[in-house]
Write a protein that binds this ligand. Structure first.
Ligand code: ATP
Ligand code: MN
Length: 463
């Protein structure tokens, strides 16, 4: 492998011969020199390759130069030298140029001008070659690694929970059905024989790994899962995907306060890592996408999270009736507009809201003594609201059975889940962080479809 542009720009190879391979961003000519800006995605910066103008008289060079257009892949031979120009420390004093793959000007969609994010979504296979999507991809990669680092350093074991589930137990949202049945035949025969289906019963793509990860929590103590989840909710928003990645830690012998502390430490770790290790990309987002981003993240990294109960949050919101599309009342599910108002206008930063009404939360959350609320916590952040949803789990068998019955769920569907309460039950707590929501947070991008390589959303599954 030849060194990447990032390696070259940070190397001490000054004065040495080098080969650069990458994609041409721009080419420009002055009276005395020819400049090629080459990018290979290893970092935001291009490497500048400078040829003498009289190279054009070279019969081997001229035709290659002609074919060197924006987007073409090329190999440049030269010597790494200190750059006399401003903007870069090192550049290549180039002597050889070879086009590897052409990118014809009249058909290559990414020309030098700025393209809209909407347009780029239609060419999701080429958009990683832009500054914005290159930066998103690098930050995404670093954050994924940071997730594992955070948990591994704290003694958590990574558990792979299944993507296909036949237990129909989560109830966290609309599910995609997985079947090998012939839909056309069902349509003509008018009946479904699940016994003939692949699993012998209805099966779905998972909406959360939590119930499964709880089983390993009740054996290994500290665990987490990090994988794709699927939700068939028909919500065409800038915060929802049909396929997204979720990180779900689960801790035994832990209560709500432990859960909140873990969630805060986790977000702080991710934000600090982004600031330290993705500085060049964050500087780009700060300049081009979300002015003030770095200041905001730095404040978060050095500050504390505000706290409020749901009841206090609703009381706060009720003071501002009329500014919302949906007026809040005790018992309502907080809308994104409410969440944004609380974080942006009321506390001005991340906010942990606790003790939600049990009727708007999942059946497995631990019931509080007031009989009305559960030991739940959501972490809300400016710009889009919920980034984490978590809770202490109901670990008392009788109360969990009662709740399952109250909600009209079938106890037999929760047999194995209830076993965790029958045998060696412990208080335990966990949460789910939507990985793409985290990326919206640290990059300042505004549409969740732009922080995942290939977004899946209603009526959108191309590429
Ligand atoms: P919201 O109210 O924002 O729709 P939720 O309460 O349905 O989210 P949870 O079931 O609590 O979400 O899921 C845990 C986390 O997963 C959320 O805090 C969020 O970060 C993320 N998340 C949930 N749904 C989606 C989605 N459709 N696309 C991307 N991320 C999501
Ligand atoms: Mn939630």
């Amino acid at each position: 492998m030849i060194p990447t542009v990032k390696e070259l720009l940070h190397s001490d190879k000054e004065g040495q011969p080098v080969t650069v391979k990458g994609w041409v961003r721009t080419k420009r000519q002055t009276k005395s020199a020819i400049f090629l800006e080459i990018n290979d995605g290893s970092c935001m910066a291009n490497i500048q390759c400078v040829f003498d103008q009289d190279k054009l008289a070279d019969p081997a060079f001229a035709p290659e130069f002609e074919r060197t257009t924006t987007g073409a892949s090329v190999a440049v031979e030269g010597v790494l030298v200190a750059s006399p120009g401003s903007g870069q420390k090192l550049e290549v004093k180039a002597s050889g140029l070879r086009v590897i793959g052409e990118a014809p000007v009249d058909s290559y969609p990414l020309q030098k001008k700025a393209h809209s994010l909407e347009f780029l979504r239609e060419i999701a296979h080429l958009r990683p070659r832009t500054n914005t999507f290159g930066a998103v991809a690098r930050v995404r990669n670093r954050m994924a690694f940071a997730v594992h680092q955070f948990f591994q350093e704290r003694g958590f074991d990574y558990v792979h929970t299944p993507l296909i589930t036949a237990s129909d137990a989560e109830g966290a949202g609309a599910m995609f059905q997985v079947t090998t049945l012939d839909l056309a035949r069902i349509a003509s025969e008018g009946k479904v024989d699940y016994d003939a289906d692949f699993f012998g019963k209805p099966a779905f793509l998972t909406v959360s790994g939590q119930l499964n990860v709880e089983t390993y929590c009740q054996a290994l103590n500290r665990v987490y899962t990090f994988g794709p989840t699927f939700r068939a909710e028909n919500s065409n928003t800038t915060r929802h995907l049909s396929e997204f990645w979720m990180i779900e830690p689960e801790v035994a012998f832990a209560e709500l306060e432990d859960d909140i502390a873990l969630a805060r430490d986790f977000i702080l770790h991710l934000v600090k890592t982004a600031l330290a290790d993705c500085a060049e990309d964050l500087a780009f987002f700060d300049a081009r996408v979300q002015p003030g981003l770095i200041d905001d993240l730095t404040k978060v990294a050095n500050g504390s999270f505000s706290r409020m109960t749901y009841t206090e949050a609703v009381a706060e919101l009720e003071k501002h009736k009329g500014v919302f599309e949906f007026d809040p009342y005790w018992g309502c599910d907080l809308q994104s507009e409410h969440e944004k108002f609380l974080t942006e206008k009321v506390v001005g930063g991340p906010l942990v809201v606790t003790d939600y009404p049990k009727d708007i939360k999942a059946f497995y959350m631990k019931q509080n003594d007031d009989g009305k609320t559960v030991a739940a916590m959501d972490v809300l952040v400016p710009r889009f609201g919920e980034i984490i949803g978590g809770s202490e789990r109901e670990w008392r068998l009788d109360l969990l059975q009662k709740r399952i019955a109250e909600l009209g769920l079938k106890e037999e569907n929760y047999r194995w889940y209830l076993d965790l309460r029958r045998f060696g039950s412990t208080p335990h707590a966990g949460f789910g962080l939507g990985f793409e929501r985290l990326l919206l947070y640290v990059t300042g991008m505004t549409n969740i479809r732009d922080v995942i390589p290939f977004p899946r959303a209603p009526r959108q599954a191309d590429f």
